[in-house]
Design a protein around this ligand. Structure first.
Ligand SMILES: *Cc1c(COP(=O)(O)O)cnc(C)c1O
Length: 387
């Protein structure tokens, strides 16, 4: 397991956390070569999670694009309505294996908190989720969901009372509780070994795409598109396809029309250290982390996983930004053409794919990872429509 991806990654953390990260890396190494762990992961991915998810040929959306065929990898059908389950389940099983009875997590929009609470309940682990007070108010339904699932939601009242303050609070908790507690990080970010572990648990997406593409059209896709927040659904999609001929595109949030950088760290950021690793970060000239803006809460993060930073520099993956307005357009296309309400995060990727389909032309195959369903975004979509 690499500690670095080129120059990126690493573990920029207080010394007190190093033993916990070492223990986690060792447990993960043991687990991945243990057939019992792998079969339990497979069993629960199937019977609790609903895997494998289908690869769906979106014929009406293809007609709209007017060229290459567009296929959707249906992670919106995973238990809980998004790919976040894949990682929460894997890390939950890892926590149980390490003999840690307690999970902590931090959440901004609440989606990762809900996924962690779901897994905590299913595996019998007590779960506490840190959430900024401002976010608790904005995302009240998810606070109620977490509570119904048996988790305790801990309000964070420091700083701007949002995600970054919740991350600091969770890290402080972990430093004091590492013996009994696993910190379940929700994306392919944070100090080593988290980016590698999360990518590994999400790689089931790309492995299934490889297999299903071969079955559906006899080869690997010409283009594969996924949205990038912290980068977990995208790295899980890309990793198993890196050695195929497929073009790989990661789509970041371009934000509203007047926004200089939205939340597009790879398109507009520069290398810096955030939350324990070196990667691209949206920052000002002094290195202060910049405010981000996006219509989709799941992409609204100033950093990105370190493996994406390497893939950007090497040119193997192309990263682009799609604006709020275009993501909203793609939301409506998918709703009206295919009867699917997508989350606003993957709607960014759908827009890029539909626009590219014509340029590629007939006979080409495009796969888009539909990372989640859109029920959570209805209010935002309706409000935008009324403007
Ligand atoms: C959280 C979320 C994302 C962004 O997270 P990544 O780690 O970049 O995958 C994307 N799509 C959906 C549906 C989400 O809930």
């Amino acid at each position: 397991m690499p500690r670095r991806f080129g120059p990126y990654g690493g573990a920029y953390v207080p010394e007190t956390l190093v033993p916990a990260l070492t223990e986690l890396e060792r447990a993960w190494r043991d687990a991945r070569s243990d057939p019992k762990f792998r079969s339990e992961l497979r069993r629960l991915s199937t019977t609790l999670g609903g895997r494998p998810t289908p690869l769906y040929l979106a014929e009406n959306l293809t007609r709209r694009g007017g060229g290459a065929r567009i296929w959707l990898k249906r992670e919106d059908l995973v238990h809980g309505g998004a790919h976040k389950f894949n990682n929460a389940l894997g890390q939950g099983l890892l926590a149980r294996r390490m003999g840690k009875p307690r999970l902590i997590a931090e959440t901004g929009a609440g989606q990762h908190g809900v996924a962690t609470a779901m897994i905590g309940a299913a595996l019998g682990l007590s779960t506490e989720v840190y959430m900024g007070e401002v976010d608790m108010e904005r995302q009240h339904p998810n606070v109620e969901r977490m509570r119904l699932l048996g988790a305790r939601v801990i309000p964070v009242r420091t700083g701007s009372r949002t995600l970054k303050d919740a991350i600091n609070a969770a890290l402080r908790d972990w430093i004091a509780s590492v013996r009994t507690t696993h910190y379940l990080i929700g994306s392919a970010v944070g100090p080593h070994p988290f980016p590698s572990i999360v990518a590994d648990f999400q790689s089931v997406i790309g492995r299934e795409i490889r297999r299903q593409s071969a079955r559906s059209f006899g080869r690997s896709p010409d283009l594969v598109v996924a949205c990038v927040g912290g980068g977990s659904n995208a790295i899980g999609t890309f990793r198993p396809l890196l050695r195929t001929k497929a073009d790989l595109w990661g789509v970041e949030a371009g934000g509203p029309r007047n926004s200089a950088h939205g939340a597009a760290s790879l398109s507009h950021g520069a290398p810096g250290i955030l939350h324990g690793s070196l990667s691209y970060v949206l920052q000002d000239d002094d290195g202060q982390v910049a405010e981000t803006q996006s219509v989709s809460a799941g992409l609204d993060y100033p950093g990105v996983g370190p493996e994406h930073a390497m893939l950007r520099d090497s040119g193997r993956v192309r990263y682009l930004a799609v604006r709020d307005r275009d993501a909203l357009r793609a939301f409506h296309w998918l709703a009206e053409d295919e009867g699917i309400l997508p989350a606003l995060e993957p709607a960014h990727a759908v827009f890029a794919a539909v626009r590219e389909a014509k340029r590629r032309g007939r006979g080409r195959e495009i796969v888009v990872t539909l990372s989640g369903r859109g029920d959570k975004d209805l209010e935002v979509v309706l409000r935008a429509g009324a403007q």
